[in-house]
Write a protein that binds this ligand. Structure first.
Ligand SMILES: [Zn+2]
Ligand SMILES: [Zn+2]
Ligand SMILES: [Zn+2]
Length: 440
């Protein structure tokens, strides 16, 4: 007897590996084909463990409120009793109550709502209410989310007096961009590479464009190969987020530490250690007592190479499997086959080698010590930095230009980064380009 699809999917291992790839509509369609499939789909917890609603049309709020001519869209389109949040969460609430009626909602452990309309109240319910069992939640690039209310909900969920075993939520993806190809598994060969915008004046022939695309592609491939992983966090990728997370978010991350993990981490640069607790000599900077920095989200990925002088960093790089989980960000996309922190943090290396080192810092820590072009940087132990407060930007620039003109090597040695560029390579080439432009 040849194996049927039902036989195949009744194998729990096969089902476990197949279910996350099936769109929810296909899963439900399957359940309607026969009683056996219906039993399989509705009574195997694994089938709805991973639920990605980001591509489900009925999850989208049907129209966007546009206040044309001073008309209150709410008065026209909404029930009197409906709050704004309820209105915006309507489609998702509808889906959740359908799932709940079929006793499927409690099986959902990884929930992806990227790009949808997700008000903070809905997130609060997902975190707090017993009918949900969500452990990994992704709400990247969502609409109608009040971040302040979301932070309040998170702070409340992790309060010291919270009931034991709560919150069930362990992982929250909220900072990074949503994945462009949601959960399609291993990347397929690209059919038509995306066009790179060509500045006017540069040749726009197809050949030149393909050349530019391939240059871009090979640069990305080279960076990934050097970092041994395609994950941006582990590459010298520079700024990770399109919007820098606020200090309020840093406070929330600190409150949630060890309870809820994020697709971001706090910067561990030595200047964030409170002066009172800086007992370790490595963390004490007596020469710069005024430079204590408040907690901040690390938003700049520096790659594993470390400081350009010593090859490391005073806070020691984070390494998956060795460092505390709180030092590691959740990686994108949310894992398909397990709803655990470990699966979400594990960096996939290209050659199967051990996980690379993670060095990430906040913007404040790197001011004047990181080259935004080549990503070289110098840590606090190896470079004091310029006393920014005593000189204006203009005075600094003048001083540097004078020194450069005199080819004073001692000054070049003393100043490593100026205006976001490393002096030894990128600033010099920038200045030469400017000079060429003036005389050439
Ligand atoms: Zn160093
Ligand atoms: Zn920092
Ligand atoms: Zn540079």
């Amino acid at each position: 007897m040849p194996a049927t699809l039902l036989d195949l999917l009744s194998n729990s291992l096969v089902l476990h590996h197949t279910a996350p790839y099936l769109p929810v509509a296909a899963t439900l369609a399957l359940s309607r084909t026969s009683k056996s499939f219906r039993d399989l789909v509705l009574h195997t917890p694994d089938v709805f463990r991973y639920l990605d609603l980001s591509t489900v049309k009925s999850a989208v709020v049907p129209y966007t409120p546009i206040d044309i001519g001073g008309n209150n869209w709410r008065a026209e389109r909404m029930d009197e009793a409906l709050t704004e949040d309820e209105f915006y969460s309507g489609p998702l609430r509808g889906i959740f109550s359908k799932l709940e009626r079929r006793h499927l909602l409690r099986n959902v452990q990884t929930l992806v709502l990227d790009g949808l309309s997700v008000p903070a109240d809905l997130v609060r319910e997902i975190i707090a209410e017993d009918r949900y069992s969500v452990r990994v939640l992704s709400i990247r690039d969502v609409k109608n989310l009040n971040e302040r209310k979301l932070r309040q909900a998170l702070n409340y969920a992790v309060r010291p007096s919270r009931p034991e075993g709560t919150p069930r939520l362990k992982a929250l993806y909220v900072f990074g961009p949503r994945d462009s190809t949601p959960a399609e598994g291993p990347p397929k060969p690209t059919r038509s590479p995306p066009r790179i915008p060509t500045p006017s004046g540069v040749t726009t022939s197809q050949g030149a464009q393909i050349g530019a695309e391939w240059n871009e592609k090979s640069a990305q491939a080279l960076t990934a190969a050097l970092a041994r992983t395609t994950d941006k966090w582990y590459q010298p990728a520079g700024r990770i987020f399109s919007k820098r997370p606020s200090y309020d978010w840093a406070d929330t991350l600190q409150a949630c530490e060890g309870i809820i993990y994020f697709d971001a981490v706090l910067c561990r640069g030595p200047r964030h250690s409170a002066p009172a607790s800086s007992t370790s000599p490595a963390y004490a900077y007596p020469t710069q007592p005024q430079t204590y920095l408040r907690p901040a989200v690390a938003s700049i990925a520096l790659g594993s190479a470390g400081c350009a002088t010593c090859g490391s960093c005073p806070e020691t790089p984070a390494v998956f499997g060795q460092s505390p989980l709180t030092h590691l960000p959740l990686l994108s996309p949310p894992p398909l086959h397990a709803s655990t922190i470990r699966a979400a943090q594990l960096p996939a290396t290209l050659d199967g080698s051990p996980p690379p080192r993670l060095i990430v810092r906040c913007e404040d820590c790197l001011r004047g010590r990181w080259c935004e072009r080549c990503n070289k940087w110098w840590d606090e132990d190896c470079y004091q930095g310029l006393p920014n407060s005593t000189r204006t930007e203009l005075q600094q620039q003048e001083a540097i230009e004078n020194m450069m003109a005199q080819l004073d090597s001692s000054y070049k040695r003393d100043v490593k980064v100026h205006m976001g560029l490393c002096i030894e390579k990128c600033y010099v080439s920038e200045m030469m380009a400017v000079t060429d432009g003036m005389w050439g």
